[in-house]
Design a binder for this molecule. Sequence first.
Ligand SMILES: Cc1cc2nc3c(=O)[nH]c(=O)nc-3n(C[C@H](O)[C@H](O)[C@H](O)COP(=O)(O)OP(=O)(O)OC[C@H]3O[C@@H](n4cnc5c(N)ncnc54)[C@H](O)[C@@H]3O)c2cc1C
Length: 476
Amino acid sequence: MDMETTNDASLDADVIIVGGGVTGCAMATALANGKRRILVLEARTGHKPRFAGELLHPTGTQVLDELGFLPTLRKHGGVDVDGFAVVKAKEVPVTRLPYAEIANHRPTGFAMEHRDLVTGMREWAEQQPGVTFRFNEKVEEVLRNDSGRVSGVRTTSVTLRASLVLGCDGRHSKIRPLLGLGEEARLLSFSVAMRLPDGAKHLPCPTFGHIFLGAWGPMLIYPIGGPDGARDARGCFDVTRELSGGPKGAAELLRREYAPHLPAPLARALLESLDREPPQIAANEAIRTDQAVLPGAAIVGDAGGCAHPLTAAGMTVCFTDAQRLGRLLRDAGNFSNPQQVDTALRRYEIERYRFVRVREVLADALYEVFRGVEPGTRAIREGIFQYWEGSSQARARSMALLSGADSRPSVFLREYLTVVSTSTSAVLAGKTGPIRGEQATLRQRFDSLVGLGQKSLEKARLVFRDVRQELLRASA
Ligand SMILES: Cc1cc2nc3c(=O)[nH]c(=O)nc-3n(C[C@H](O)[C@H](O)[C@H](O)COP(=O)(O)OP(=O)(O)OC[C@H]3O[C@@H](n4cnc5c(N)ncnc54)[C@H](O)[C@@H]3O)c2cc1C
């Protein structure tokens, strides 16, 4: 039932969305029904270029499509993406993981430069009825009423009241601590990013996102399109958190230790780009939260946590969060019934963590496998390629987990253990020596088997912890 109520004139808006990044734009659009007053407060003026999410899986793309964003984003240069391709080492054939192999699911993802993505998303969100953006409004305080319920915010210049406050203010959210919501944060590594003009044609599969292995950390290179039909690519290189020397030091590192592991045309495109401009650097963090709502407030998207960007799952979480919350609040009119709103928020919290947990554990596991130097993780790396090369069903199951089509912890664990068992066979056959094709020594095989056992136990423990927490939350 739609709670049809007249707008409370004492309020500045029905809902305040803190943050006008990709999540804030999706959230505003998901809530807009022509009757609600939706105020988006964005700390910055304009949009300072910074490197962040660009490659989007089909699940997130589908949400953008349903919210009407895609035509505007295509005008800003966005392109379809057909899947992932993993390149184990130079001169080794590519392992293709097409999205189209996932049954009954959208067959394409999407990619574009982050700055253009935000510009396009703001353009569309601002056109939605009842949505107003205010820039240069940094939220510094959360207001509560006499019963402790969140009732508005204070920015650097003004106090604003609303029935609902949604924190879409990114991984270093200010709203999260202001609401008293906890977090666990770890710095994992840095991403060093370069635009490769007209670089997509050098990719082994020009419409796929690629992961190249062989350097210290994985190299993620994907098409990002560009204005006027450009076919640019983005290179995103995972480097140690001990990185020093700023952009100059990072450029030197890419030239010296990453370019040699790429196919020659891509390496040339990277070196030419590095001669033209310095790279951008962004920290890769894992931030985990266990609580996302309070009476009258919720955190959405990266404000609710993030994982290593290797699996490119961040924005899929942002957009599914926004769509989910929009759906759960669909019948809540202009949010004047606190009980109805809080019931929807609690449901949002249960459903969001159910979706997010597998993304987190998968991002951790894949990063560990693609970066790992220990015998156990190296063995799993061999196993995973054999598994993917073995059948299209195996690839489809992995891609369903990666892309957000499947978020069941039991499926993740089953897949992980299947890869471990493939790896164990490879180890026993002596096929996982330090150099491919070289026979492993008995000592190396023993270390690999111990490592495989340890990894399996570790992942099982993590999955059981998450499932237990989910059951407790659902029964509360
Ligand atoms: C290196 C890197 C690579 C990535 N690659 C991918 C990828 O390929 N695919 C993918 O899906 N994801 C990727 N991600 C993740 C993706 O970038 C994020 O999930 C996404 O940008 C989060 O969007 P958001 O709107 O929640 O937060 P943000 O993008 O951080 O936006 C938050 C907004 O809130 C504003 N704000 C902050 N504080 C306040 C305040 N107090 N008051 C008002 N406004 C405020 C900020 O100015 C900003 O505009 C990557 C992340 C990193 C770091």
